[in-house]
Design a protein around this ligand. Structure first.
Ligand SMILES: [Zn+2]
Length: 97
């Protein structure tokens, strides 16, 4: 153990794909699973919190791009209004990190 911080687990589009005993953190380190979390309330690594903020902004950007392109996702029932709402959620999440 080289630090006492709790790191965020790297997620793909908000989905946690971690398995095994160690995982890659948002700040690019390998850490034991028990030293990581996806819960912002317990993540104490500043670089990981920055990474989460960037990730939320990136997802907001993608949702905004989908909304302005008028994309509709028939399988999930997502249309421009839903993508705009999703973007707002991610922007809000980024602001609260
Ligand atoms: Zn970290």
């Amino acid at each position: 153990m080289t630090d006492n911080l709790i790191h965020t687990r790297k997620t793909i589009m908000g989905i946690d794909l971690s398995f095994g005993k160690t995982t890659t953190t948002g700040c690019g380190k390998r850490r034991a699973m028990e030293r990581t979390s996806t819960d912002l309330a317990v993540i104490s690594c500043p670089a990981c919190r920055d990474w989460r903020r960037q990730d939320e902004l990136e997802m907001a950007g993608m949702a905004e791009a989908a909304a302005s392109a008028g994309i509709t996702e028939s399988r999930s029932g997502m249309g421009p209004d839903e993508f705009r709402a999703l973007a707002a959620q991610h922007r809000h999440a980024a602001e609260t990190i």
